[in-house]
Design a protein around this ligand. Structure first.
Ligand code: ATP
Ligand code: MG
Ligand code: MG
Length: 552
């Protein structure tokens, strides 16, 4: 921190400040369209929008970009606010692009009167066919030179609801031969007869993104309008409208950065909505989703997401980030904060044959070896325990340092035991494992330092609680699912992305664990308590396994 060099956006802002632009004022905005839940790509935008304001003593406002009533909903507005706050950011004001519908409409009428816009009655197909290509100039609409009064009358009647959707549109009159396709008389208003989540049926015409975004920035006094690279080609149009609109020296400045793409997932809200609607996931907050609420339910922390965004940085080049880097950031953070506990996800009984029946000892378990102040808790030890089925092998290879006849292992936070054998059913499945303990091997006792190669975790059979454990893996089997053309979403889903284990056993310390609390099931992974969890019917989500596949 501090020593890190500035990213290119910070450099631009510092140059603007040094030149005294906007009297040193810094104002940014985060402009989500309330048509879905926020995903980790949005987190990248949030970190820079809010981060710039924080770093340079400015303000970042939240603006809902709600100019398309068909897809937008209050459900999303509320969820977006919750997710931004959870990520740890505070906005100045909350604005809505719909607050500016009147101003934008008035500006459109002005453009018509000044000869900068006209009503086109052609179909969308006809207009598209006339666009041309970057090297072939477009063809002018037959309505391009109609009198301003005629366009004004039609535009007013469009808004009065006289015409059907698609019957006509309002276009800016700029340059049908421009090398920038966005200048070839872009559509600025269309008829939509759907109720708007805030303005109801007040309007029958709605501004297009390019006509709303820059002007909204201008109305609010935004100094730096940070967005993703696909808007770079829109920037001249952004500036063009502001140039026509402004009455002073002030103009917001658009800066573009590379959007976040992650392997084994996709960021398109349209596709994420489809996953939800088709029931391919359990909802927007399914822990396999790349949404903020999905990651929260999965057990990711806001700190780990912010640290990941910080590691990837901001550039001008699009690419795809290895999801292993995100998982690495999550482990790094949870290692510092997760309480270590014992949970056996595939239990088999271990009987300590020389331990007295009925006896119970409270062993001391360290909560977090990374953080002494986290303290300790107790874990009951008794004659009958559960261990992981995979921690016992009857005929083990040489390097198997776990439970196998004749070999000693340490039971975590407890005694050293020597395996003496096992019992099997008719199918040859192990039903019980046997061992003898050495009572002189507890921590601090004479034999406690004896060399034992393996340490395994365990819980008391009688005192442990049954639990459901949900193991998550990557949602898609393809590294870049957005690029896959010949498969449906359903066909692309990783069939192993969710495994539910219902017979797990966890130590009694977890009886009252709060939803969202972070734990490390020792030797297994990081887990959090799912919101489905109830006292007596505990449910844990695996946040991430312990093994790090990130190559530094
Ligand atoms: P989609 O295309 O999936 O609907 P969007 O970009 O339209 O997403 P918005 O709600 O308009 O979604 O996005 C709000 C802000 O978040 C915009 O400034 C946008 O540039 C930014 N953003 C969206 N996706 C990403 C991403 N993957 N990486 C970085 N920033 C993103
Ligand atoms: Mg979009
Ligand atoms: Mg958008």
């Amino acid at each position: 921190e501090g020593k890190k060099s500035l990213n290119f956006i910070e450099q631009i802002v510092e140059t603007d400040l040094a030149e005294g632009k906007n009297d040193g004022r810094i104002q940014t905005r985060f402009p989500p369209e309330p048509n879905g839940y926020l995903h980790i790509g949005h987190a990248k935008a949030i970190c820079i929008d809010f981060g710039i304001a924080q770093r340079y003593g400015g303000v970042c406002n939240l603006r809902f970009d709600d100019t398309n009533p068909v897809k937008e909903d209050v459900e999303y507005v509320d969820a977006i606010r919750e997710d931004i706050e959870w990520l740890g950011f505070k906005w100045g004001n909350v604005y809505y692009a719909s607050d500016y519908f009147q101003k934008l409409y008035d500006f459109a009428e002005r453009l018509i009167l000044e000869g900068h816009a006209y009503v086109d009655e052609q179909t969308a197909e006809q207009i598209a066919a006339q666009k041309g290509t970057p090297t072939v100039p477009g063809v002018a609409s037959p309505y391009r030179d109609r009198p301003a009064e005629e366009s004004l009358d039609l535009f007013r009647r469009m808004n009065a609801g006289e015409f059907e959707e698609g019957a006509m549109i309002l276009r800016a009159k700029i340059d049908m031969a421009s090398s920038n396709m966005h200048f070839r008389d872009p559509i600025i208003y269309r008829i939509i007869k759907h109720a708007h989540h805030r303005t109801g049926h007040d309007w029958n015409v709605y501004p297009m993104y390019d006509f709303a975004h820059g002007q909204s920035d201008y109305f609010e006094g935004v100094t730096h309008s940070i967005c993703t690279l696909e808007f770079e080609v829109h920037r001249p149009l952004y500036n063009y409208f502001i140039e026509l609109l402004r009455k002073d020296n002030y103009a917001p400045r658009q800066i573009e950065f590379n959007r976040l793409n992650l392997t084994y997932t996709m960021m398109s809200k349209r596709k994420l909505l489809q996953l939800v609607k088709d029931g391919l996931v359990a909802g927007w907050d399914d822990p396999r989703m790349p949404t903020i609420c999905g990651y929260r339910r999965r057990g990711y922390t806001p700190e780990s997401i912010r640290s990941f965004i910080d590691k990837i940085g901001y550039t001008k080049y699009d690419g795809i980030i290895d999801v292993a880097l995100l998982e690495h950031a999550v482990r790094e953070d949870l290692n510092k904060r997760a309480t270590r506990v014992s949970g056996v996800i595939d239990p088999v009984k271990l009987v300590i044959t020389n331990y007295p029946e009925g006896k119970v000892e409270q062993m001391t378990a360290v909560n977090n070896p990374e953080d002494e102040s986290a303290g300790t808790h107790t874990i009951p030890f008794a004659r009958e325990l559960y261990i992981e089925r995979e921690d016992f092998m009857e005929d083990a290879p040489k390097k198997y340092f776990r439970m196998t006849p004749g070999q000693e292992v340490r039971l975590k936070s407890s005694y050293i035991v020597r395996c003496t054998g096992c019992k099997k059913d008719e199918q040859g499945v192990v039903t019980e494992v046997y061992a003898e303990y050495d009572p002189m091997t507890l921590s601090g006792m004479p034999e406690s330092n004896r060399k034992v190669k393996g340490t395994i975790h365990w819980v008391s059979a009688e005192h442990s609680l049954s639990a459901e454990v949900r193991l998550y893996d990557r949602l898609f089997t393809d590294e870049n699912p957005s690029d896959v053309k010949d498969k449906t979403l359903e066909e692309m889903i990783n069939p192993d992305s969710l495994k539910v284990l219902t017979h797990c056993r966890v130590e009694p310390f977890l009886a009252d664990a709060a939803v969202g609390a972070h734990f490390q099931f020792q030797r297994i992974g990081y887990f959090t308590v799912d919101r489905d969890s109830r006292s007596g019917a505990l449910v844990f989500n695996r946040t991430v396994s312990l093994k790090d596949s990130w190559q530094k």
